[in-house]
Design a protein around this ligand. Structure first.
Ligand code: FPP
Length: 258
């Protein structure tokens, strides 16, 4: 049986090129990207993935042409209006992650409503990173930690990061054939496995997702240990998991010495 990642995070890249190949405006690619996201949420939930985090709009995306930025904002508004109810009904908890200070009042209210409407769902958590940047996240966590007066430790800082409500991603996928992290989950992906898919995001289908999961399942996760240590630790764990229903098979990096 394939080892399923508990948490998958995705840089959904390639919408613009998908549109360009079809002589369509870039925003048509983003619209198709929303379709692909809907399909991906459902495919992840069906495979037992418990958390899906997607990079929908980066802190740097404000620098795109004005019509593309406003097209993305309109898409977000229409996705809030159309998608929240079906997601709620299929057991998805929605969380928005990012700097909301630059978002309009209406959008912020939409985020809060979607989060409140779905807060008790447990099938899968969908984190939508919007106006998000990994450096912003580390800085905002540091500001909160200093204000709290707590001593600065990795664990304390981690508690203030924007994704503190979920475990770190096991697998980070980037579509679109580029090999970059682009300021996504800089803190949280310290021990994530990385998978780069050549598929443009609108073409990222169930087969591409399964290929990413199979690639992940083939990796040995060592968290700074040696291969021998990992195998020795896995032997008793394998025996005990045979008698209990396994959840995420992967320990969190914070619990392991470097
Ligand atoms: C990167 O592709 C993609 C984005 C900047 C936006 C991703 C957004 C979506 C998939 C849909 C939006 C989701 C919501 C909830 C509104 P690119 O434009 O950089 O593609 P390119 O590299 O081919 O130019």
């Amino acid at each position: 049986m394939t080892r399923i990642p508990h948490h998958i995070a995705i840089v959904m890249d390639g919408n613009g090129r998908w549109a360009k190949k079809r002589f369509l405006p870039r925003v048509a690619g983003h619209r198709q990207g929303v379709e692909s996201l809907r399909r991906c949420v459902s495919a992840c939930a069906a495979r037992g993935v418990k958390v899906l985090t997607v990079f929908a709009f980066s802190s740097e995306n404000w620098n795109r042409p004005q019509d593309e930025v406003s097209g993305l904002m309109e898409l977000l508004a229409s996705a809030l209006a159309r998608e929240v109810k079906p997601l709620k009904d299929s057991g998805v908890r929605i969380c928005f992650v990012g700097d909301r200070s630059r978002m309009g009042e209406k959008m912020r209210a939409g985020f809060a409503q979607a989060e409140a409407d779905t807060q008790h769902n447990t099938r899968i958590t969908l984190n939508v990173c919007f106006n998000y940047g990994g450096r912003w996240d580390i800085a905002q966590a540091a500001i909160k930690l200093l204000a709290s007066g707590e001593p600065v430790t990795e664990t304390a800082l981690g508690r203030h990061m924007a994704l503190a409500h979920v475990a770190d991603p096991d697998l980070v996928i980037r579509t679109g054939g580029e090999y970059r992290i682009s300021n996504f989950l800089l803190w949280q992906s310290a021990y994530s496995e990385l998978h780069f898919s050549p598929a443009l995001w609108p073409d990222f289908d169930e087969a591409a997702l399964d290929a990413a999961i199979a690639d992940y399942a083939s990796r040995e996760r060592r968290f700074g240990q040696t291969s021998e240590q990992v195998l020795a630790d896995a032997a008793p764990a394998a025996l005990s998991s045979a008698s209990s229903s396994a959840q995420s098979s992967v320990p969190q990096a914070a619990s392991i010495r470097p």
